[in-house]
Unconditional design. Structure first.
Length: 245
């Protein structure tokens, strides 16, 4: 969001109606003002709310030309140290992740991508993941107290792999209407992980570190701008080389 604002875009952010406005959004709103940044209340799994958000976008900024599908959920290790064995992982945990990360992304694209289709131009960036291409390494987490040992939910990687396939599918169908669809897949992004996890992860990365938010700015702007006018249907990996091995 900040990258697009810095580049001159006006941005309508979407967040669930039941969540408080985040501190980061408030800071950006103070910096860029209501003429450049607005917030719509919408759950990515509820079409009526998305259609209302689209109307808010059109009324305030005009038809959308860029869509960043970055809504997603995961199930990180809990502070209570309670995990699941593979055969015990609750079905509802997997279904909720798939609902938000995959079905929600498709629904948002139907609504906002449909508006782009009608105007004949647009760029859609779907946020994928390192784990769309490889399985999570359980050894990254085996130092975390948990009985049984922590397992990353299988639905997270599966949902992101589905995002990559949807990216190709959507790119083929929207290209004739002037709309490009690409995926941006970050590797591990620095965000308060414990020191042991960071050590293990960075030892596995050829560039020797985790990604920062700044590492994603350039790739995002590339896919959103005319600099990538002849690029559609790709998955741009920003993983420090993690997947070369």
């Amino acid at each position: 969001m900040e990258s697009l604002l810095d580049a001159g875009a006006s941005v309508l952010a979407l967040d669930r109606p039941d969540l408080p406005v985040g501190e980061e959004f408030q800071q950006l709103a103070s910096r860029f003002g209501s003429q450049r940044l607005a917030l719509a209340s919408a759950d990515v799994c509820r079409r009526a709310e998305l259609e209302a958000a689209l109307q808010q976008c059109v009324q305030k900024f005009g038809p959308p030309t860029i869509l960043v599908n970055n809504a997603g959920i995961d199930a990180p290790p809990t502070t209570g140290g309670k995990g699941y064995r593979l055969e015990e992982i609750p079905l509802e945990t997997n279904l909720r992740i798939l609902e938000v990360n995959t079905a929600g992304l498709f629904l948002v694209t139907q609504v906002f991508g449909g508006a782009m289709l009608r105007t004949g131009r647009g760029a859609i960036i779907n946020i994928g993941s390192l784990y769309a291409s490889v399985s999570p390494d359980a050894r990254f987490y085996d130092h975390i107290p948990s009985d049984p040992p922590f397992l990353k939910p299988p639905a997270y990687g599966a949902s992101k792999a589905a995002v990559l396939n949807l990216t190709k599918y959507l790119s083929a169908h929207l290209a004739p209407h002037g709309v490009r669809v690409n995926a941006l897949s970050p590797g591990g992004v620095l965000g308060g992980q414990d020191p042991e996890f960071k050590r293990k992860f960075c030892e596995r990365v050829p560039l020797g570190r985790m990604a920062t938010a700044d590492d994603l700015r350039g790739p995002l702007l590339f896919l959103a701008s005319r600099a990538s006018a002849y690029v559609t249907g790709i998955n741009l990996m920003v993983d420090g080389g993690f997947t070369v091995w």
